[in-house]
Design a protein around this ligand. Structure first.
Ligand SMILES: Cc1cc2nc3c(=O)[nH]c(=O)nc-3n(C[C@H](O)[C@H](O)[C@H](O)COP(=O)(O)OP(=O)(O)OC[C@H]3O[C@@H](n4cnc5c(N)ncnc54)[C@H](O)[C@@H]3O)c2cc1C
Length: 440
């Protein structure tokens, strides 16, 4: 196995055009909408509000895109964990179809925004592949494709040969392609949103944690280390990085580590056969792997990471093995980068939109689908703040439900992940035995 050759650094930070650090907030400011969090949710909301002529101030404890929005896989995916029929059954005849239409259109929203705002972020719209690791895993994919096709979505089943040709891996036995999907350089995308929001008149302050949020005299007041914001409305766009600022919001999601590695640029001969048409992929392992090429021809692969203080080297080695299991032909290709981040999971697997108090709203819990969905919910938060009624949003506005035993839920998530890893291990061992005995 390859030695750990890389220090922790994100490929995206190494390759995105720089954005000047935003000045920390200093002094007292008054604005119409204050936004906490400068990722996709906060900046999509900020951009739409500023374009509609509202005064907007965005603050972030770190810098623009330093957290999940600048560290993710850049896969733009339509849909949620639940298939359209399930979503419609869960949310009823009125809201269900609107919710499905909203999640189906989320990639359009991203790629249209990139085009309209001329965001330079290596946007590629060649589709998203979901590939099956076993015959059993193919069945739910067939149902998914049928449901999307019935709603007019450009979704197609792939045979074993097609799946293997498009991925360049013999590991998969079929799958489907969703032509709505694609990829972006995620940090370049969020920095592009920030540039557009600044151009539209929005103020952005980095290194500015919101320490306290309180209501006084009909306005919201946010206290920061060196300043204060007074605003009529506040949007909390903190997702998996939500902290004690609003503890019930923090406790409404479970933060799970996700981790990625990137190889060196692939040699041309390998490059021609690995993801030759440029799709992004997720597979159907319990601990799914997601991968794609970047603009420089590097293979970028991610999966679940390590919790707490566990050394990132463990996750890096695990991912090196995953790359070589899927692509044995990459045995000699070195790795250049490894990095991780946090994904916010919700107990019902659906991203949440909340009104926490009058004029205080939040969206979070994208369950690993936030490139498209955080852009979509940020946009809905802007419409809502501009005066749309919650019923007009076409998305469920739900009461906040902090997990009572949040600490236990975090622990439970670790146990569940180990269990699912175990299931994958057993499935792999069974596959290997079958292959050896010539039955696969
Ligand atoms: C490794 C990884 C891979 C992923 N891959 C994909 C993928 O391929 N496709 C996909 O669709 N999704 C993916 N996701 C999920 C996606 O990145 C997120 O859903 C999305 O970026 C969420 O955006 P956001 O703006 O809500 O949150 P973030 O980008 O995390 O922004 C929240 C911000 O809030 C700030 N903040 C928190 N508390 C405070 C405070 N008190 N004061 C001030 N600021 C505060 C944080 O500093 C942070 O910058 C991945 C996530 C990770 C971590």
């Amino acid at each position: 196995m390859n030695k750990l050759q890389t220090v922790e650094q994100s490929l995206w930070a190494a390759t995105a055009a720089p954005l000047a650090p935003s000045p920390p907030l200093s002094g007292a400011v008054r604005t119409e909408v204050a936004i906490v969090g400068a990722g996709y949710t906060g900046l999509a909301a900020a951009l739409h509000l500023a374009l509609a002529g509202r005064a907007v101030v965005v603050i972030d404890a770190a810098e623009v895109g330093d957290r999940a929005s600048g560290r993710n896989g850049g896969q733009v995916i339509a849909g949620l964990k639940y298939d359209p029929d399930t979503l419609e059954a869960l949310y009823g005849d009125q809201l269900g179809p609107k919710l499905v239409a909203n999640v189906a259109a989320a990639p359009d929203l991203v790629f249209n925004l990139i085009r309209q705002q001329q965001i330079d972020c290596d946007a590629v719209r060649k589709g998203w592949l979901q590939l099956a690791t076993s015959e059993a895993a193919l069945k739910p994919l067939q149902l998914r494709v049928r449901q999307w096709q019935l709603r007019g979505a450009p979704a197609e089943l792939l045979t074993r040969q097609q799946a293997q040709r498009l991925s360049g891996s013999q590991r998969y036995c079929g799958g489907w392609i969703d032509h709505r999907g694609g990829t972006v350089q995620p940090l370049a995308y969020v920095r592009g949103l920030a540039r557009s929001a600044l151009r539209a008149g929005c103020q952005i302050h980095g290194s500015t944690p919101a320490l306290k949020l309180m209501r006084s005299n009909g306005s919201w007041r946010i206290t920061t280390p060196r300043g204060e914001i007074c605003s009529a409305q506040v949007i909390l766009a903190t997702n998996a990085y939500a902290d004690a600022l609003h503890d019930p919001l923090r406790r409404s999601v479970i933060a799970i580590p996700s981790f990625q590695v990137a190889t060196a640029p692939l040699p041309a001969a390998l490059r021609a056969s690995i993801l030759p048409e440029g799709q992004a992929v997720s597979d159907t392992w319990q601990m799914l792997r997601y991968f794609r090429l970047d603009a420089g021809g590097r293979l970028v692969m991610g999966s679940r990471g390590v919790f707490g203080d566990a050394p990132l080297a463990i996750a890096a080695r695990h991912h090196y093995c995953a790359v070589r299991e899927i692509y044995p032909q990459l045995q000699a290709v070195p790795f250049e980068y490894h990095w991780g981040g946090l994904v916010a999971m919700t107990p019902d697997h659906v991203p949440h939109l909340h009104e926490l108090a009058p004029g205080l709203r939040a969206a979070l819990g994208y369950n690993g689908r936030g490139v498209a969905m955080a852009t979509a919910l940020g946009t809905l938060l802007a419409r809502w703040s501009l005066g749309a009624a919650s019923e007009e949003l076409g998305y469920p506005v739900t009461p906040l439900r902090p997990l009572r035993l949040h600490r236990c839920s975090q622990f439970g998530a670790r146990v569940a992940i180990q269990y699912l890893r175990g299931l994958d291990g057993l499935a792999r061992a069974r596959d290997q035995l079958l292959r050896k005995s010539g039955n696969a």
